[in-house]
Design a binder for this molecule. Structure first.
Ligand SMILES: CC(C)(COP(=O)(O)OP(=O)(O)OC[C@H]1O[C@@H](n2cnc3c(N)ncnc32)[C@H](O)[C@@H]1OP(=O)(O)O)[C@@H](O)C(=O)NCCC(=O)NCCS
Length: 464
């Protein structure tokens, strides 16, 4: 029942008074107060991520576009904060450039490079050069730069065993390979000794041959083999978007499968997502796909609640899904105790039956453990999240957060740009999650008339 919230650092950055600017404290300027508030906000994430293993997929395109130095600075910072970092780099544009210089045409089949002996030489050359550039970048330590005092050691080597793709549908892919095995023991040893591990898209076979691999395969296979906490792949396109070009901030394995089956993604996005999905299916808790063109995107993804890319979440045994008629009994059983102690407003069976389509539920082995409902006011582009509840036996595991995320997703999909809740006892839970205090006259007109002045619920609103 371990359910992961979006930004997944369990302790969400909690501004005590979310809407307000930090006021200057005695002896501190406003800038100083903001800085201190900001640093304190990041602290829970640092605690949560210390000692965690992150595999970072760095495509050759990122290096080609000149983002290597800033990325290395950000990764050094993560390393300094105690995160265990493995970098898997790619080399596609660099190999193409080498081929161009030699006047050799690149060959592809089904989007995969056919690595003949000339292409393999180019791949070796490109990887060697990138490895040296990365090592040099991690070695910087000039004063007055983010790399001052960083002293990062980078370890690389023959850590990936490969096998040939072989002959598929009559096409001989020659020296193009797939990952067969990752030397987990040596990588762990290097990480334990405080080094960053660097993996090139080349693997070696027991016959002593080198094979050209994809960065995505190396990164996903390594994350799986290490049982990493995160796989983070940087791409030119960034996160996965839906048909309306809306960024999908969090998707499940089932969502990813649906997106891939619908065949609506670009070839590059589908390729990245397929590998991210493979990593999650292999036990990696979360796989992030983020844009490399956005300065600091790794930091923004990790240390901000909403992130800047798509987070693919490992499927747990429980299912988060929209409710159907069969769920009415389970919903009643979940909601009754909370209605009886006054936490939630009473809803009778008939009402729940009529409004079942508004509910999202979390089910585990046929039992409903959590729910929330969305009521849309399309004209005012606002929605109400109501009846948020998680079974007391499983509270505190992120299910409440998952339900909120799903309701936010449903609201965005319905064209809404704000979400409100009325609460008497759970104000702080919502404040921590981006809601701010509002007044009854900010509710949609139809809802104002139904406001229960005796209950005196607080109105909280979140911009989506
Ligand atoms: C509010 C509720 C849905 C949260 O569900 P959950 O699965 O426990 O939520 P999460 O695991 O995502 O979040 C747990 C965190 O919220 C905190 N929390 C739980 N209830 C809270 C409350 N009433 N006020 C403030 N914080 C609360 C927990 O202490 C925990 O904090 P931590 O992560 O710092 O330890 C659940 O507590 C519940 O069903 N409460 C009763 C019904 C209710 O109040 N619904 C809201 C009606 S508007």
């Amino acid at each position: 029942m371990n359910a992961p919230p979006r930004s997944d650092a369990q302790p969400l950055a909690p501004p005590a008074v979310p809407a307000a600017e930090p006021g200057p404290t005695p002896g501190a300027s406003l800038d100083e107060a903001r800085f201190v508030a900001w640093l304190r906000q990041v602290a829970p994430y640092i605690h949560a991520f210390r000692g965690k293993t992150f595999v970072i997929g760095v495509p050759g395109e990122l290096i080609h576009a000149g983002h290597l130095n800033t990325l290395v600075q950000d990764l050094s910072l993560l390393h300094a904060m105690g995160m265990r970092i493995v970098v898997a780099h790619g080399s596609r544009p660099q190999v193409n450039e080498q081929l161009r210089l030699r006047g050799v045409e690149p060959h592809y089949a089904e989007g995969l490079r056919i690595t003949d002996s000339a292409a393999l030489e180019c791949a070796k050359e490109a990887s060697g050069e990138i490895r040296l550039d990365l090592e040099a970048a991690f070695s910087q330590g000039l004063p007055n730069t983010p790399m001052a005092h960083s002293a990062v050691r980078v370890v690389s080597g023959n850590l990936v065993t490969a096998r040939p793709v072989g002959i598929v549908d009559g096409v001989d892919y020659q020296q193009t390979g797939l990952v067969r095995k990752i030397d987990v023991q040596t990588i762990r040893f290097a990480l334990n000794s405080g080094a960053i591990v660097l993996l090139s898209p080349l693997g070696y076979s027991p016959t002593g041959e080198a094979f050209n691999l994809s960065m995505e395969d190396v990164a996903a296979s390594t994350a799986t083999a290490l049982d990493a906490d995160k796989l983070i792949v940087l791409t030119a396109e960034g996160g996965i978007t839906d048909a309306d070009a809306t960024l999908l901030r969090e998707i499940s394995e089932a969502d990813a499968k649906r997106l891939l089956a619908a065949d609506a993604l670009t070839a590059d996005a589908a390729f990245t997502l397929r590998h991210a999905l493979r990593a999650c299916e292999g036990g990696v808790a979360r796989a992030h796909i983020i844009p490399f063109g956005l300065d600091g995107s790794v930091l923004l993804e990790l240390f901000q609640h909403d992130g800047v890319g798509t987070m693919l979440v490992e499927e747990t045994l429980e299912a988060l899904r929209e409710a159907g008629p069969d769920d009415v009994g389970g919903l009643l059983a979940l909601l009754r105790p909370l209605e009886e102690d006054g936490t939630l407003v009473r809803r009778d069976r008939g009402l729940i039956e009529r409004e079942i389509g508004n509910f999202t539920v979390i089910e585990h082995d046929g039992v409903i453990f959590g729910c929330a409902a969305l009521y849309a006011f399309p004209e005012e582009r606002i929605g109400e999240m109501a009846a948020l509840a998680v079974n007391p036996a499983v509270q505190g595991r992120g299910d409440g957060e998952r339900l909120l995320r799903r309701i936010e997703q449903r609201a965005r999909a319905a064209g809404l740009n704000r979400l409100f809740v009325l609460t008497t006892r759970t104000m702080h839970w919502f404040l921590k999650r981006g809601f701010v205090v509002a007044s009854v006259d900010q509710l949609p007109k139809a809802r104002q008339g139904l406001y229960n002045w005796q209950r005196k619920s607080l109105v909280l609103i979140k911009h989506l």
